[in-house]
Write a protein of this length. Structure first.
Lengths: 345, 345
């Protein structure tokens, strides 16, 4: 087994040594059925991953390493994909935000605040505060329409191990859709993990001085995802979040070069609500091997284009995800090879 | 500054070296006003802490260590304290469960599922699914009554540093209530932290092999809380969560001996929903110094009593917090020195 002094885990050695989460088979069965039905009904499907992953430090989990993410990007994006006519597999961290209910966070906009009790002479009725009625009606109508159409399928993960097993399985199921599948990887995935074989069974006891944790690197799964799991046909969008803005573009370009997928959306931690940058290949249909054979390393830098999306931060009615999804739907349409007019739902 | 090779942080050196969270002064002002009003209105106050604390690894936080806790124990307990006539300061981890709205988790019981759109000929109305009406009406009535009485004050923390500063400040404000204040410390607080001075400013870059984290111990704050912050008069209840049940009683007794507070509620990670144990001094009114002077170390073990609370796990309508709070209200009444009949709200 790889360790800190051994070579890092590859995707292959990871899945060979780390146990699958319980419930994986049932999750796969659900996805299989969803993909089949959406295919029959002629919809494109997007897999949206959302929220942070945990790294448990103990087998009986009390402590874990986590990544900052409320799941806002993923939940909001899923909603706009649904509006655009996509079927959505929403694979999210347990308790992170979800499409539709995200508008009514228990902390910032608790729904109990806009329900009222109407006390009549003989009975009590629950009604909605008039000023909140229009907004709720809109969200509720969309939610019910999506439920009726059956276009949203939700999956839950907690640990980075759940995430990796689920991502591989869902990608393999979705690969039957070929170019009609999009993969929108908005989850904040840990770069490090603690192999099962190194975990302590019980709660780590304090009182013994300082805590030392030594973790292994999570294998880079984008390359096997592009080349094997999705058979090079999936339209794959990954995210790069940095706090040091100067690293954003070079790291996004490096990711495209290394993994050969279609788009990296770069965002700065403090500007991500109103500014993102799309980094992509200049020729969107170029496959990795074409690019590899046509370009020497120096001219490769010229093969990327960057395109910035910004919204007015003072307008609270705008959500940048609306623009992100509109742009991606356009690009995906080109990728699928359909005429653009056929892309509307 | 203490470090892993230096002596551990004391509460004193902690607060002298770690910066207070922004917003602390405003939080204190709010608590001051709340305590003043509740005192005037003759209510007892309980501080309920709830949810896990994070330990950021970076200044621009992307990664953090966390403790497992949805905040169920704290949110449920706060609700029963409110029902028992207490005023509640609910100091909880951002996004953890809250009293009342906890019944409608977006994951397990999303409220959008039991709202319906009633489409009339000229207008649309939102109404509640009949089967859900009674339960919602009950929760909503309690929620509105608490809002009208102004007996719930909510504070939010994220990091263990937020938690420590807030706990000290709130305890100091509450200490003016003397024995009428209870402190119910249900939050899952990290035992370790990374001193501000050791944090990396930007996101720790991966790709450089394995991750090594070395953390310092969080100072034990129960002793200064008992002796200084609350002036030995507060009725302080702490929790001990273990995964190894054999450690529960000895560790709970050790905590009482070390800190001199009133009750430790012990719970096993896997049995905590239906079984807890109260560990307390045999003579509930004994102060630390009386115990210290009257007992030699050997006979001290005889000075504790343990009392188990269990509920029927097959009855989903029972919540063990109802029994925990009923027991604590009784004990607190004795502590305050009131006749028991005066304890009801």
């Amino acid at each position: 087994m790889p360790g800190s002094s051994s070579p890092p885990f590859s995707a292959e050695s990871y899945f060979a040594t780390q146990p699958p989460p319980p419930g994986l088979e049932q999750d796969i069965a659900g996805v299989k059925e969803f993909v089949k039905r959406q295919t029959e009904e002629g919809r494109k499907i997007v897999l949206v991953t959302s929220g942070g992953t945990t790294v448990p430090l103990e087998l009986n989990v009390v402590r874990f390493l986590d990544n900052f993410s409320a799941g806002t990007r993923g939940a909001t994006s899923a909603e706009y994909f649904l509006k655009a006519g996509y079927a959505v597999i929403f694979m999210h961290r347990q308790f992170s935000l979800q499409p539709f209910s995200r508008h009514y966070s228990h902390s910032t906009n608790p729904f109990l605040d806009f329900l009222e009790i109407d006390r009549g002479p003989t009975s009590q009725e629950i009604c909605v505060t008039p000023s909140k009625r229009e907004d709720l009606l809109q969200v509720l109508a969309l939610y019910k329409a999506v439920q009726a159409a059956g276009t949203l399928h939700t999956l839950t993960f907690v640990t980075v191990n759940d995430y990796l097993w689920l991502l591989r399985a869902v990608s393999q199921e979705l690969s039957t859709m070929k170019r009609k599948a999009m993969y929108y990887l908005a989850a904040a995935v840990s770069d490090f993990f603690l192999p099962r074989q190194k975990m302590s069974e019980h709660k780590i006891q304090s009182g013994k001085g300082s805590l030392h944790i030594e973790m292994d690197q999570v294998p880079k799964i984008l390359k096997p995802m592009v080349e094997d799991w999705t058979g090079k046909d999936g339209y794959i969008v990954s995210f790069k979040l940095e706090t040091d803005q100067s690293l954003l573009i070079p790291k996004a370009q490096a990711a495209l070069r290394r993994y050969g997928h279609q788009v990296v959306i770069g965002n700065d931690l403090n500007r991500r609500k109103f500014e993102v940058v799309f980094i992509s290949w200049k020729s969107p249909k170029a496959t990795i091997s074409e690019v590899d054979s046509n370009l020497n390393p120096e001219s490769r830098e010229n093969s990327f284009e960057e395109s910035w999306l910004r919204i007015d931060i003072t307008d609270s009615n705008q959500e940048i995800e609306e623009n992100i999804i509109a742009e991606l739907v356009k690009r995906h349409t080109v990728w699928v090879g359909e005429p653009e007019s056929a892309a509307a739902p």
